[in-house]
Write a protein that binds this ligand. Structure first.
Ligand SMILES: Cc1cc2nc3c(=O)[nH]c(=O)nc-3n(C[C@H](O)[C@H](O)[C@H](O)COP(=O)(O)OP(=O)(O)OC[C@H]3O[C@@H](n4cnc5c(N)ncnc54)[C@H](O)[C@@H]3O)c2cc1C
Length: 454
């Protein structure tokens, strides 16, 4: 294997979404890349590819997929979701809250493993990427320039890209040489995935083109459709609720009481609940994303967030594209490239981490709160009148490419104006909105027709 790095081979640890797309970008820069992945090859084995079976893909994730040339294949495996369908006990015909007024303002349900397979195939198709599966990295020896594996084997490296997820070993090794500080804030809520099966004729039992939410104040269920006719359903609830759900009858009673209509569609919900693992949720904040020109972290390894904005993977893909851009700007000085990438993305990672935490409350209780709904309606109305100056926060996060930190600041300013206008209708809200700075244009690559929306 040849390499342009003076210290030796270019290594990516982890072949999830971040590692797979990063290896394509590195190959396109002209490098030969060695990828080590601890799991078996998901294209050849029937393994659970991760914690959740499907994910919401939005503009920030779509753009890098366009960039590396895989969007046509991705289009074949996605299901558009046009809005939230909020299921409440009092209303047997649920209400669709559209995400936006523009045709492309939809998010897309995509299988984590199918998307990963497309990226792995594209990486190998470059002819410059070698992926070794079932190769679990244990640590990095920077002095000896070796990757150390769980089985004791060592391999040389020049520069290592840590795309090894929230529990990153690369990040840990960077911590040991003083390059990176990090910590995880765990949520006192956990999650559990369940399956809502297809109808006997194979069709979806509820509308596949919506993200379904059963909000319950302190907890909630959500469901995203799969092309096979089923839905991946996730219960998010306090740890104390999970602790009470330890036997079939208690679980059955909980679901029948809290989610009666849903439970009718999933007769084995209690069995599934006992069988499936419970997952933890946390926000990983890391400071120092690179160690000179020897190591850099991307995706969840640098910025794992709670899933309530559906942005972890989208942010991971966007971060990889940013890293690629900085490496292209500084092809001969990767220490600078990595430091600039880190300086650019860290404030954005912090911003989406905070917005994701905030969106949990919005999803589990806001979506049925009259005050929230009034504000959202006014925001959508104002967007119609001032499309160049205002976009609701959710839409700036999901359907724009402005930096997350800018979306957060704008959302804060907009919310203040909207709240004061609701409190005092005599305020000239149009003048205040018109005085906000113009919204930045979408990234030129962000083709709104790249994925089917119906
Ligand atoms: C319940 C839930 C729902 C979610 N929903 C969404 C959503 O709707 N939209 C969205 O955008 N995001 C969502 N996310 C977040 C998303 O899953 C992650 O942000 C995304 O998968 C991060 O990709 P990654 O490649 O950085 O990390 P990962 O997907 O974790 O990949 C890391 C890879 O590294 C490998 N690895 C780990 N350690 C080692 C090692 N020591 N040696 C070698 N290989 C190693 C792993 O096997 C894995 O393949 C959700 C997350 C959860 C938990």
């Amino acid at each position: 294997m040849t390499s342009t790095h003076p210290h030796g081979p270019i290594v990516v640890v982890g072949a999830g979404q971040a590692g797979a797309i990063l290896s394509i970008y590195l190959a396109r820069q002209g490098h030969d890349v060695m990828v080590y992945e601890s799991r078996p090859d998901l294209r050849r084995t029937d393994i659970d590819a991760g914690r959740s079976i499907n994910l919401a893909l939005a503009t920030r994730g779509i753009v890098p997929l366009i960039d590396v040339g895989v969007i046509a294949q991705v289009d074949e495996i996605t299901i558009p979701m046009r809005g939230r369908m909020v299921h409440v006990d009092a209303d047997p015909t649920p209400d669709l809250q559209p995400y936006g007024s523009q045709a492309h303002e939809v998010i897309h349900s995509v299988s984590r493993s199918d998307l990963n397979a497309i990226l792995l195939d594209a990486a190998e198709a470059t002819g410059k990427v070698t992926i070794e599966f079932e190769a679990a990295v244990s640590s990095i020896n920077f002095e000896a320039s070796t990757i150390v594996f769980d089985d004791g084997r060592t391999e040389p490296f020049g520069v290592v890209f840590g795309a090894d997820g929230a529990g990153s070993r690369v990040r840990k090794a960077m911590g040991l040489v003083g390059a990176c500080d990090f910590g995880t804030e765990w949520l006192d809520h956990d999650y559990k995935e369940l399956t809502l099966p297809p109808s006997p004729d194979g069709s979806h039992r509820i509308d596949p083109n919506a993200l379904h939410i059963w909000p319950k104040g302190e907890f909630m269920l959500i469901a995203l459709a799969n092309p096979e006719g089923d839905f991946t359903v996730t219960l998010f609830a306090p740890k104390t609720t999970f602790a009470e759900l330890d036997a079939l009858d208690a679980i059955q009673k909980f679901f029948e009481t809290e989610f009666a209509a849903f439970t009718e569609l999933v007769p084995d919900v209690a069995e599934q609940f006992l069988q499936n693992p419970t997952g933890r949720l946390g926000t990983l904040r890391a400071t120092g994303w690179n160690y000179e020109d020897r190591a850099v972290i991307v995706g969840d390894a640098a910025h794992a967030i709670v899933p309530f904005h559906g942005q972890g993977m989208n942010a991971a893909l966007e971060s990889v594209r940013s890293l690629d851009a900085h490496m292209r700007k500084n092809p001969d000085d990767w220490a600078t490239a990595f430091a600039n990438y880190s300086a650019e993305r860290k404030p954005d990672a912090d911003a989406i981490a905070d917005m994701a935490l905030g969106n949990y409350i919005e999803m589990r209780s806001g979506v049925v709160d009259p005050d929230y709904l009034a504000k959202r309606e006014l925001a959508l109305e104002l967007e119609q009148r001032h499309p160049d100056h205002l976009k609701p926060r959710y839409n700036m996060v999901m359907f724009s490419t402005m930096p997350y930190s800018e979306a957060q600041q704008r959302a804060h300013d907009q919310a203040e104006i909207i709240a004061s206008s609701i409190a005092d209708p005599s305020i000239d809200v149009d003048a205040l909105i018109a005085a906000l700075p113009e919204l930045p244009p979408l990234d030129p690559l962000a083709d709104p027709t790249a994925l089917s929306t119906s």
